[in-house]
Write a protein that binds this ligand. Structure first.
Ligand SMILES: Cc1cc2nc3c(=O)[nH]c(=O)nc-3n(C[C@H](O)[C@H](O)[C@H](O)COP(=O)(O)O)c2cc1C
Length: 182
């Protein structure tokens, strides 16, 4: 797939089914994430894969978080179903190292870059994905269960699978509204 076409047409695909990337395809997705820009080579990334039983484990964690909030049954049920929106969820964590020259925000941004690179690598290989956070990504119960401490941050749940629907058309944006020249 042409790299520019991939970048210009990137879309999220919210309906995902099997097959999920495995083997070399999945490794390519991780390799793309591991090529995210990385100030001072701090490698501020963790990728936590949930599939099969792992999806249920992730669901259990979200349910625990919802219960800890005293959420009503509807919210708890929704939390328990969330991971099953795709056959695989990769939780991308910014793993932050204290550094004189590299502030926390830059390490969070690097992990965010990794998410997009991984989404694009999935699409390039015929798969698809969508990026979600929502309140659970920042919830202390979820953070603790996934070993996310201090300045570390869950920057996204990257849902992965194969397209179960067509991509919506990309709306061209008016470049002039976003670009300024000094
Ligand atoms: C950090 C981050 C978190 C996001 N979290 C959510 C989310 O929780 N729920 C949601 O509907 N979209 C979320 N999005 C947006 C979607 O991933 C997606 O980009 C958006 O629906 C637009 O679709 P597109 O990617 O096809 O342009 C998030 C995007 C980013 C960058």
């Amino acid at each position: 797939m042409d790299a520019l076409a991939l970048l210009l047409n990137r879309r999220s695909l919210p309906k995902l089914i099997e097959p999920v990337p495995q083997g070399d395809s999945l490794n390519n997705i991780f390799r793309a994430g591991l090529r995210a820009p990385d100030h001072a080579g701090l490698t501020p990334w963790r990728f936590i894969v949930s599939q099969g039983e792992g999806l249920q484990k992730l669901a259990d964690i979200l349910v625990e978080a919802a219960k800890a909030d005293g959420a009503d049954d509807t919210v708890i049920e929704k939390a328990g179903k969330a991971p099953f929106r795709a056959p695989m969820v990769i939780t991308v964590v910014a793993k932050v190292t204290d550094h004189d020259k590299v502030p926390v925000i830059e390490q969070h941004l690097s992990a965010g870059c990794a998410v997009q690179a991984m989404q694009l690598a999935a699409v390039a290989q015929g798969f698809a994905g969508f990026w979600r956070t929502g309140k659970w990504a920042y919830h202390p119960v979820v953070r603790e269960a996934l070993g996310v401490t201090g300045n570390d941050l869950i920057v996204g749940f990257l849902y992965m699978g194969s397209p179960a629907c067509r991509e919506a058309k990309v709306h061209e944006r008016d470049i002039a509204q976003f670009v300024e020249y000094l």
